[in-house]
Design a protein around this ligand. Structure first.
Ligand SMILES: Nc1ncnc2c1ncn2[C@@H]1O[C@H](COP(=O)(O)OP(=O)(O)OP(=O)(O)O)[C@@H](O)[C@H]1O
Length: 582
């Protein structure tokens, strides 16, 4: 195993010494409830195993007493043998049950956290980083999944010492008292171990997450790195936290070593004290030789810190991972609406919309109306918030203030499925999701018909490119290398194929050659479009084909008018680099 850092404070991390945040505790309980039957069975099997382990010394002691007295002891020897066999069977069952419970809990946690990550959208990657999220979903979910089984195992492991003390008390109350005198010390030792282990493991996992985030960033930017010739520097950057991991590992060993050293000092002393008192009682004839044998075994069970240390360390690792998953779940995701979207022409309205990003107000009380069925181009200088406006229009993000309405209904209130059917998006760098090219173009809440996919591909001028592929529409996405323009054409085809009353193109024509752009915009702005179209445009030719243009400046709409009207203004022409602003 591995563990920790005392490196730079992580903004995501809660105070390192908390055993479990309330949210992580709730998540652990939910995972326990989810694996209810398996965990209950595991608990029962583990308790049965502990009970069998507790019975064994008594049975052995009884057999020994009978043998020493020359009485027949066959039945007790047989019982002892049966108990040993039973212990083997129960251990095997516990192994199977804990493996199954771990797997089920990990799968449940992964589904939960993946759903949350996708519900958060871009905010998830902004907050945690894509690599760190992958580390949480893969490694941490597997570790957190062991939590329910670890809790069950710990409960059962606690029953051993408790049962040992009770059994000692049954032999002679003074034996139990000797042991209980040292119990607070052992309890303190275990508590410190659990706390320190959780803190250590949590730190370790955070450093791992940072490395994963840096690696994902480097992989995403591999072309820039290769072009800049900085591979060595990047390797060093990704691996920079290694010394922290090393320190963490050492700290972990130190914590466990210290606990083990204290345990080996305290536990044998207590066992010795119990055996000494039992020996004294034997000399006084108050206990038998068999009792002495049983007492010595029960003393070992009652001071069984070794098993508890192992179980506690496993639980601490699981809990540190649970805490990292709980951090992701704690991010507030936009709540899906509940209202159906009534039929309408696709009238889009932004009322007093304000969006803040990176400490700055990007859109500042912006108002805009796009009448249903019309095409509006949004233009503005780089960084004025055009993409944010596009994201708001289709509720890929929510405004910090103000409201976005589609056909009079706030998009935040509209049912998720209705909204996704009503709004189609195409992006500058579309992600093609699905196994084949056909899947990638059909990708959406409801799959369009094949005819629709084909005609959408023709409109987006993607058909010729697809037909040239080795297996046409059945070509695997992984086997279809694409240029930026080809990717954009497939992304456009996907948006066209899904229909809906509002089509949003966020810079989705930027990589098309001018001939293709001409054909696509003709289809887009030609008769029979019907739906409302919102286009983020950088080219004057694209803006000129729209019904009107919204000119963004300073977080607001400076003007809305047809392109030829706005073109008279030199400031507007300057947006397209046509003229130096006055
Ligand atoms: N998640 C974010 N965190 C911080 N700043 C952000 C975030 N998203 C957007 N911004 C900032 O908001 C501003 C507007 O971004 P947006 O992408 O909407 O601009 P744009 O007008 O589409 O630009 P371009 O024409 O260059 O594509 C930019 O300054 C950008 O840096």
């Amino acid at each position: 195993m591995t563990t920790v850092s005392d490196a730079a404070p992580d903004p995501v991390a809660p105070p390192a010494r908390d055993l479990l945040t309330p949210r992580a505790r709730a998540l652990e309980r939910a995972a326990l409830r989810h694996g209810g039957a398996h965990c209950a069975a595991l608990c029962l099997v583990s308790l049965a195993s502990t009970a069998a382990g507790l019975l064994l010394p008594a049975v052995l002691g009884r057999a020994l007493d009978l043998l020493l007295a020359g009485d027949p002891a066959t039945r007790w020897v047989a019982r002892a043998t049966a108990l040993v066999l039973l212990l083997g069977v129960l251990d095997a069952a516990a192994g199977v049950l804990s493996g199954t419970a771990d797997g089920r809990a990990a799968a449940w946690l992964r589904r939960l956290v993946t759903g949350q990550v996708l519900a958060l959208g871009p905010r998830a990657a902004d907050r945690f980083g894509a690599g760190d999220l992958a580390a949480r979903l893969v490694g941490n979910a597997a570790q957190a999944g062991t939590s329910p089984a670890a809790v069950a195992a710990l409960l059962a492991a606690t029953a051993g010492p408790v049962g040992g003390v009770v059994a000692l008390g049954i032999i002679d109350a003074r034996l139990a008292l000797v042991l209980l005198a040292g119990a607070p010390l052992l309890a303190l030792l275990l508590r410190a171990l659990a706390r320190d282990t959780t803190a250590c493991v949590g730190d370790y996992q955070r450093v791992q997450g940072r490395m994963a985030a840096d690696l994902a960033e480097a992989v995403g930017g591999h072309r820039t790195i290769a072009a800049a010739g900085t591979q060595d520097r990047e390797t060093a950057r990704v691996l920079r936290p290694l010394p922290e991991l090393s320190r963490a590992g050492h700290r972990m060993w130190h914590v466990q070593g210290r606990a083990a050293a204290r345990a080996v000092t305290v536990a044998p002393l207590l066992e010795l004290a119990v055996v000494a008192v039992a020996g004294y009682l034997l000399t006084r004839g108050e206990v038998s030789v068999g009792d002495l044998l049983a007492a010595s075994r029960y003393a070992v069970l009652a001071t069984g810190v070794g098993v508890l240390v192992g179980r506690l360390a496993a639980l601490a690792r699981a809990r540190a991972a649970t805490r990292r998953l709980a951090e992701v779940l704690a991010e507030p995701a936009p709540a899906p609406g509940t209202r159906p979207l009534p039929p309408g022409p696709g009238r889009l309205e932004l009322r007093g919309v304000t969006v803040r990003r990176g400490g700055r107000t990007v859109l500042d009380g912006l108002d805009l109306v796009v009448p249903g069925g019309t095409a509006l181009a949004v233009v503005g200088r780089s960084g004025t918030g055009k993409s944010l406006l596009a994201a708001l229009a289709g509720r890929l993000t929510d405004p910090d203030a103000g409201e976005v309405l589609l056909d009079g209904v706030p998009v935040a209130d509209v049912r998720h499925a209705d909204l996704r059917h009503a709004v189609a998006f195409a992006f500058a760098r579309p992600a093609l999701l699905g196994t084949t090219i056909e899947d990638a173009v059909s990708f959406g809440a409801a799959a369009p018909t094949q005819d629709r996919v084909r005609s959408a591909a023709r409109e987006a001028r993607a058909d010729t490119f697809v037909e040239r592929l080795p297996r046409g529409w059945d070509t695997l996405c992984a086997d279809a290398p694409r240029s930026g323009g080809e990717s954009q054409r497939l992304g456009l085809a996907r948006a066209f194929a899904h229909g809906g009353r509002l089509l949003i193109l966020d810079d989705a024509l930027s990589s098309l050659d001018t001939v293709t752009e001409h054909h696509v915009t003709r289809a887009l702005f030609g008769p029979g479009g019907g739906r409302t179209r919102l286009l983020i445009a950088h080219r004057a030719t694209t803006a000129a084909r729209a019904d009107s243009v919204a000119w963004l400046e300073g977080g607001r709409v400076r003007a809305v008018a047809p392109h030829e009207v706005l073109w008279r203004d030199p400031d507007y022409r300057a947006v397209f680099g046509e003229e130096t602003p006055r």
